[in-house]
Design a binder for this molecule. Sequence first.
Ligand code: 4AD
Ligand code: MG
Length: 468
Amino acid sequence: METIERTRIVDVLKNDAYGTKVNVKGWVRTRRGSKQVSFIALNDGSTIHNVQIVVDTTRFDEELLKLITTGACINVNGLLVKSQGQGQNVEIQAEEIQVYGTADPATYPLQKKGHSMEFLREVAHLRPRTNTFGAVFRIRHHMSIAIHMFFHERGFYYFHTPIITASDCEGAGQMFQVTTLNLYDLKKDESGSIRYDEDFFGKQTGLTVSGQLEGELAAMALGAIYTFGPTFRAENSNTPRHLAEFWMIEPEVAFNEIKENMQLAEDFIKYCIRWALEHCKDDIQFLNDHFDKGLLERLDFVLKQDFIRLPYTEGIRILEEAVANGHKFEFPIFWGADLASEHERYLVEEHFKCPVILTDYPKEIKAFYMKQNEDGKTVRAMDVLFPKIGEIIGGSQREEDYEKLSRRAAEMGVPEKDIWWYMDTRKFGTAPHSGFGLGFERLLLFVTGMTNIRDVIPFPRTPKSVEF
Ligand code: 4AD
Ligand code: MG
């Protein structure tokens, strides 16, 4: 075969230098045609679109052509020609074809279009080859870039917080344990406690549930930072919105109070959505046409809205009123209750028809580090609630007063000896500061219109599921 430098299909499709010789490599999506001519739809992942390879069957060995089936990988030299068919400008008239790898039609799982999402999860090693997952994972990439751009442009530093940690930031007891102890022969002390002093780190450790505490340390020196990394939660909730391993973005800013924190969250999400519309047009259009006819409209809609700012107490009043007017919720609603997804979605989708930033939650249902309000009952928390998703961001202004923070930690059973280093920021040069965490996969649910969080991360980890 003649050696020609490979062109990515995304670039081939933009090229109108008809008559040029090109090389493309990729995976066969479909092959159809007649005895004389074969049409191969070829995709190399660089775009949702396939390039059509036109094969004059009289010019090729029949045995070779038989190997070109759905899923096979081929290497093609050919002439760029103006396309006769609709929907594309160019196609390639094959001159030489090499089959890199065959895909036996009897066993290759991705034969037809329209496999269910459940089935595709069972073949997560191959699903990136479908249109849908190609689109989702390209969007996932572009959203990562958008996140770095947003913060970089605003002078934030990307700060790496540890993955193995000895402190449970959220205090919700959802840490996965990390140990090198022999689980078949655990040493215990007189009181029956495990001898963690013999473990790798000399104390009990786990995978981080949030980089916030370390992020705060950095903000109190660098001014404004963000983290963007994997987080782990052993919460046994099998829902379309929870993963045991997910990616979180956590900005933390010195001198920001809750108001600026809310504005940052709103600007951040809108920037990401705008970026997606600009850089992922074809993929979003595809998902809009094939999955979720309301997707584009919803993305545009959110960009135009000013997010509602609503105190929790007011939110509860609205929900209680809904109940009084006959609306049925599965879970009871009263002041002090943590909102279930159905409540969050009622506020966003039915009452306001707009994203809502709910603030000033009861202190009992929020973490120890949140700044306490004067009323003694609520804290300066903020959750950003989104249509179809519910909570997409959780954040707060932080308690900067040493005494208050210390008291609250004790009340909530967070041992100060474990977080002495965190407490030190309140002892030495403390200042108001705020931050939040955005669940990356929840953002992706919104931007792609996918309905299950397992379908926006390449290899989802959920209870009893860790294949691939
Ligand atoms: O509300 P959360 O628990 O807040 C924190 O972890 C804070 N430390 C953040 C901060 O202030 N720096 O989690 C933040 C976000 C949620 O709003 C949600 O989008 C996402 O992380 N999230 C999950 N996403 C997928 N699967 C899970 N199990 C998630 N738990 C939280
Ligand atoms: Mg939360």
